[in-house]
Design a protein. Sequence first.
Length: 134
Amino acid sequence: MAVAKKAKTLESSSKYNQLDADGDGIITDDEMAQAEAIMELEFRKVTMENEDKKQDAQRNMAWFALAGMLLYPFAVVIGVALNLVQASEILGDMASVYFVSVAAIVAAFYGSQAYTAKAVSKPVAKKAAKDDDW
């Protein structure tokens, strides 16, 4: 005796009801693929926005470091002008470490930008998607 297969149905409040694009009560493979593509695009959008924010923060950090590098000597001169000999000596002694550290920050930023630009220009081979990857 063969058992008749009952059609699969979703609850009326199911979060998967939105996948039924044509409203016929059946979620087809095409509708699933379309929903998956939309989710992938949304993920890419969020990833790009986050990457953009990260790049903005790194750029601001590099500019701030460069500005500090340029203004540091003025702090020494101001210390001497205000007759703060010990302060200007301390600033002068710290200069070698400060400039090397700031140069490392700036070099890391520009190096990462160059590396990223080079990596983006190379095409990346993607694995072909299979239907049985679910």
